[in-house]
Design a protein around this ligand. Structure first.
Ligand SMILES: Cc1cc2nc3c(=O)[nH]c(=O)nc-3n(C[C@H](O)[C@H](O)[C@H](O)COP(=O)(O)O)c2cc1C
Length: 346
């Protein structure tokens, strides 16, 4: 069992990574159904929370079934970050996570997110301010360092543990790498195997298959893995990894009925949570992923991304199930998009 403060997670937990514009309540619901052990909100600006900005406040929403659930905040000002942690407390999440990893210019260049990686003393002060402001467990998500010359995660881990964080998630890239190249887990393994470190260390970056998850688990000894892009349109990745860790065997790929059922749940939750217009519109980016692997699906996809009512979309989803009933999917080959170019937050 892995403990984050008073939160108990199963052995080798799989965490859904916080993802702006992706890991909202509808998406989290389908990840939870399919094996995610712990989930986080999208990152929330501390200044936005304090100003009571609608967008920031809305990101605090979560459902009881999502627990254990963490709210992720970011900011470069000690007082504001501490105050925003207090605001998070009002909705009673299980923990508060601080983002020191966002590489996006508008965040990092303002001295927040990965920008803090340039100034470890500031990172420590910011974290301390949050730890002192809340009685909830505080965790941190960060990268290896700012650039190749400052890969200081080993020092960071020790100093943040010393001031009271309860777990650390590490994305195996520097800020300067953005999403380029391959994530390097060597330093993540070093942090985990440092005898001074006793908080859980979660590895993150490029996990896209059960094989890779098990290989990295064994090679780097991390307490658990955080998964981001691979879960987009393929939330089955969590249970597939769990099954492979336990048995060394692969689960059968989800059938067309299962894919459509999950896609439908995502759509309906989206509709309910975001309202008809935004719910339907924002769901459009997910259909291609859910339907990947089906032959000649373009015609259906075009309909799904132009229809304006849930009833019409449901009818097309029914048609897809009928047309492809019994279709045998190849074992999934997940493609990790280079979000440096495509990510909505860049
Ligand atoms: C669309 C998108 C949005 C993201 N937003 C956040 C965020 O809000 N907070 C955060 O800590 N990381 C964010 N990330 C980074 C992911 O949490 C994760 O660290 C990164 O994608 C690497 O993991 P992966 O290879 O499993 O995707 C985002 C990534 C993507 C692709």
């Amino acid at each position: 069992m892995v403990k984050i403060g008073n939160i108990s997670l199963p052995e080798f937990p799989l965490l859904l990574a916080p993802m702006e514009d992706v890991s909202d309540p509808p998406f989290r619901a389908v990840c939870k159904d399919n094996g995610a052990d712990m989930m986080f909100s999208e990152f929330i600006s501390s200044e936005g929370l304090i100003r009571d900005a609608i967008k920031s406040r809305q990101k605090l929403d979560f459902e009881e079934e999502e627990r254990p659930f963490g709210i992720q905040i970011f900011g470069g000002d000690e007082e504001a970050l501490g105050m925003s942690a207090k605001i998070c407390e009002t909705v009673n999440p299980d923990l508060v996570d601080i983002n020191f990893g966002c590489p996006v210019k508008k965040v990092a260049m303002k001295g927040a997110g990965a920008g803090v990686l340039k100034d470890i003393d500031l990172m420590v002060r910011l974290t301390e301010s949050v730890v002192k402001s809340t009685s909830l467990p505080v965790t941190v998500k960060t990268r290896l360092g700012w650039d190749d010359n400052t890969r200081n995660i080993e020092e960071v881990a020790e100093r943040l543990q010393d001031i009271g964080i309860k777990a650390l998630s590490i994305h195996g890239r520097t800020r300067m790498q953005m999403y380029k190249g391959e994530a390097d887990w060597t330093l993540i393994g070093k942090v985990k195997n440092n005898p001074r470190i006793n908080i859980p260390i979660f590895g993150n970056g490029d996990i896209d298959s059960p094989e890779k998850a098990v290989e990295y688990k064994n090679r780097y000894g991390v307490d658990g893995i955080m998964i981001g892009r691979a879960a987009i349109g393929y939330p089955w990745i969590f249970n597939e990894i769990k099954h492979f860790v336990k048995t060394g065997e692969h689960l059968a790929p989800p059938t067309v009925e299962q894919r459509v059922e999950v896609c439908r749940k995502h759509l309906h939750k989206s509709y309910k949570w975001k309202g008809p217009k935004v719910g339907i519109f924002e769901m459009r980016r997910h259909y291609a992923n859910y339907l990947k692997g089906l032959p000649n699906i373009k015609e259906y996809r075009s309909k799904l991304v132009t229809m304006m009512t849930v009833e019409e979309i449901d009818a097309v989803l029914d048609e897809i199930v009928t047309k492809f009933a019994g279709f045998e999917f190849e074992p999934s080959k997940i493609e990790l998009i280079n979000y440096h170019e495509k990510c909505p937050v860049n």
